[in-house]
Design a protein around this ligand. Structure first.
Ligand code: AMP
Ligand code: ZN
Length: 117
């Protein structure tokens, strides 16, 4: 749990512009960019600019930024004209988390099954 930029964090580097990304939206507190390995026609990652390792840590440490991430997820869905979409916060390696900077996956543009794999 931190709030400070982490030198080895991929998403902190995207926030800082040190690694390129296809950015679709940016606010004072968030960046939204296309996932490099899309799992749906719309697959955008919305991240807070501050570094927290997962969504729960973000909500505890920077609750306004957590709310901003959710608001931006809706804005991404609106821009891509999605009336149904899924927001996913993988939390922990067993759930598929591979990048330890909180991020919302916004997935849409195809049918979705439940339960997820
Ligand atoms: P997670 O597995 O939930 O931690 O999600 C990490 C996501 O980051 C994966 O869906 C990756 O495809 C995506 N990803 C990894 N590197 C990049 C990158 N350089 N630009 C955009 N998306 C990335
Ligand atoms: Zn980070």
């Amino acid at each position: 749990m931190t709030g400070e930029p982490q030198p080895d964090c991929l998403f902190c580097k995207i926030v800082e512009g040190h690694i390129p990304a296809t950015i679709v939206r940016e606010t004072d507190t968030t960046v939204a960019f296309r996932d490099i390995n899309p799992q749906a026609p719309t697959h955008v990652l919305v991240i807070p600019k501050v570094h927290y390792e997962n969504a729960a840590a973000l909500a505890a440490g920077a609750p306004q930024a957590a709310a901003d991430v959710l608001q931006e997820a809706q804005a991404v869905a609106d821009e891509d004209k999605l009336d149904s979409y899924r927001i996913v916060f993988n939390t922990g390696a067993g759930a598929g988390q591979t990048v330890w900077h909180a991020h919302a996956h916004v997935l849409g543009g195809r049918g979705m099954e439940w339960p997820p794999g």
